[in-house]
Design a protein around this ligand. Structure first.
Ligand SMILES: *Cc1c(COP(=O)(O)O)cnc(C)c1O
Ligand code: SF4
Length: 421
C-alpha cells in the first residue's frame, strides 16, 4: 500500500480533496496513460489493455489504486481493478446475462425472481468497475443513475405487488447516488407499507470508503430497518479507511454483511478467507455469501472449480467462529437463484439414527425420538397458517402431500403413453 505522496500524480493533492468522495470519483483512472503514471505496464500490456476497455469500462479510484502493489503483476488488488486481455475472450459456457436478470424483469430496473423479494438497480454507476463483475452487461453503461422515470416505474410495480416484503437496492452501486437522491428513493420505498426491509448492496467501503460520511449515515439511519451488504474479497482491502467506513455504518445501527466472489488468483485460498472473514467480524461485518464466479462473458479466467468453494467452507466451519462462516452459493445459470453447496456432514442414517461427522473427522450418532411426528404443521396457529398461505413453491407441495412428483416438461414415458391412446 502506497500513500498518495509516493505517487507523483497525486503528491500535491490536498488531504481534504483526497478525502472527498466527489474528488475521488472525478479523478478515477479511466485511461491507459494515467494508469501508467501509477503502475508499471509494459508496452504490450498497455496496448492490450486498450482493447479490453470496450467490454467494461475501467475506472479506478485513486484510493484503491494506492492499494495496488505496482511491482507484482499478480497483485490481488490489481487483478480486480486493471483489465487484461483475458476479458476479450469468450468461452463457450459464457452468457451475456447468466442469471437471466433481464428475463425476470417486470419493469426496467427491477428483477423479481424469488417469491417475496426483488432487486432494484438504481444506477449503473460504480466507484470502480470490478474486472470480475457479473453484471458487466449493464455496469458502467452510462456511468450515471437510472432516469427518475425508470425508478418511478419500479416503485409503481412495488406498490402493486404486495407479496414483495424485501427490496435489495443495488446497481451499479447505490452509494454512488448523492445523499438527496438516495434519500428520496429510500423514502419512497419506506412509504410502501408491505416493504418490511430494505437492503443495500455496495462495494463502496472497499473501494471508496470516504463516501461513507457522517451525513450519509445519518440519512440512512432514518430509513430503518435497513440492512447493508458490502463486497470485500481480500484482506488487503480491509484498510484503516475501510474500517472507519464500516464503523460509521455499524454505529448507525445498520447490520452489515459481506458478499465475496471466489476469484482464481485473487482469493482462492481457504486460509486467506479465514483471515478475511475474521478481520470482517472485528469490524462488525458478518460474512454472508461467497459466490461461485458466474458464467458472465469475459470472466472465465477468474473462475475456480466449485470444489474450491466447498474446500473453503471445510476450512472454516468448526475451525473458527461460526459467525465467520458464510454460505457458499452457485447462482444458477438460467435464473434459478442461489444454490448453497456445502461439505457433506451426514455420513449415513437409519430409521432411528443419523451418523454425522464433525470438522475434526469424528463420526458421531444422533438418536432421533421414538415419536418424531411434528405437532404443528401450518395448522397449530394463525401465525403459521398465514405463512403457509404466502409461499408454497418448489418442493413444498411435495412435502405437503399436494403433489406426488415433479416432472420435467418433457417426459419420455408420458409422450409414449400419449401415442398409445
Ligand atoms: C441475490 C438475489 C436476491 C437476494 O437473495 P437472498 O438470498 O435473499 O440474499 C434477490 N433477488 C435476486 C434477483 C438476487 O439475485
Ligand atoms: S461494484 Fe458490483 S456492480 Fe459494480 S463493477 Fe463491482 S461487482 Fe460490478
Amino acid at each position: 500500500m502506497k500513500s498518495r505522496q509516493e505517487v507523483p500524480l497525486w503528491r500535491d493533492v490536498p488531504k481534504e480533496s483526497w478525502n472527498d468522495w466527489h474528488w475521488q470519483v472525478a479523478h478515477r483512472i479511466t485511461d491507459v496513460e494515467t494508469l501508467r503514471l501509477v503502475v508499471s505496464l509494459s508496452d504490450d500490456e498497455a496496448s492490450v489493455l486498450e482493447e479490453s476497455l470496450h467490454r467494461l469500462r475501467m475506472a479506478i479510484t485513486p484510493y484503491y489504486a494506492c492499494l495496488i502493489d505496482g511491482d507484482d503483476p499478480r497483485c490481488p488488488i490489481r487483478m480486480q481493478a486493471i483489465p487484461t486481455l483475458a476479458e476479450v475472450h469468450t468461452s463457450p459456457s459464457d452468457f451475456i446475462d447468466p442469471l437471466q436478470e433481464d428475463h425476470y424483469s417486470p419493469v426496467p430496473g427491477l428483477t423479481h425472481r424469488y417469491p417475496d423479494r426483488v432487486i432494484l438497480l438504481v444506477t449503473d454507476q460504480c466507484a470502480l468497475y470490478c474486472r470480475h463483475c457479473t453484471r458487466r452487461r449493464f455496469a458502467g453503461e452510462t456511468d450515471r443513475p437510472l432516469p427518475r422515470k425508470t425508478l418511478i416505474g419500479c416503485l409503481d410495480y412495488l406498490r402493486r405487488t404486495p407479496e414483495v416484503r424485501d427490496v435489495l437496492v443495488t446497481g451499479g452501486d447505490p452509494l454512488l447516488l448523492d445523499d438527496g437522491n438516495l434519500d428520496w428513493i429510500l423514502g419512497e420505498l419506506r412509504a410502501i407499507p408491505h416493504l418490511e426491509i430494505i437492503r443495500l448492496g455496495t462495494r463502496v467501503p472497499a473501494v471508496l470508503p470516504m463516501r461513507v460520511t457522517a451525513d450519509l449515515c445519518r440519512m440512512l439511519a432514518r430509513h430503518h430497518p435497513l440492512w447493508l451488504n458490502v463486497h470485500f474479497n481480500h484482506p488487503k482491502e480491509v484498510t484503516a479507511e475501510a474500517a472507519q467506513a464500516l464503523e460509521r455504518l455499524a454505529d448507525a445501527g445498520i447490520p452489515l454483511g459481506n458478499q465475496s466472489v471466489l476469484l482464481k488468483g485473487v482469493n482462492d485460498c481457504p486460509y486467506l478467507f479465514r483471515e478475511l472473514n475474521q478481520q470482517l467480524l472485528r469490524h462488525r461485518v458478518r460474512p454472508y455469501y461467497i459466490y461461485q464466479c458466474d458464467l458472465s462473458q469475459g470472466i472465465e479466467h477468474f473462475r475456480t472449480s466449485v470444489g474450491k468453494g466447498v474446500e473453503i467452507i471445510e476450512y472454516l466451519r468448526g475451525h473458527t467462529s461460526g459467525m465467520a462462516v458464510p454460505t457458499f452459493v452457485v447462482d444458477a445459470p438460467g435464473g434459478g437463484g442461489k444454490i448453497p453447496v456445502m461439505p457433506n456432514y451426514v455420513v449415513s442414517r437409519s430409521d432411528r439414527k443419523v451418523l454425522l461427522r464433525n470438522f475434526e473427522g469424528v463420526i458421531t450418532t444422533y438418536t432421533e425420538p421414538d415419536d418424531n411426528r411434528s405437532i404443528c404443521h401450518g395448522r397449530c396457529s394463525d401465525i403459521c397458517a398465514r405463512q403457509k398461505s404466502l409461499s408454497q413453491e418448489g418442493l413444498i407441495p411435495l412435502l405437503e402431500g399436494e403433489k406426488l412428483a415433479l416432472e420435467p416438461t418433457f417426459l419420455g414415458r408420458r409422450e409414449r403413453k400419449r401415442r398409445w391412446s
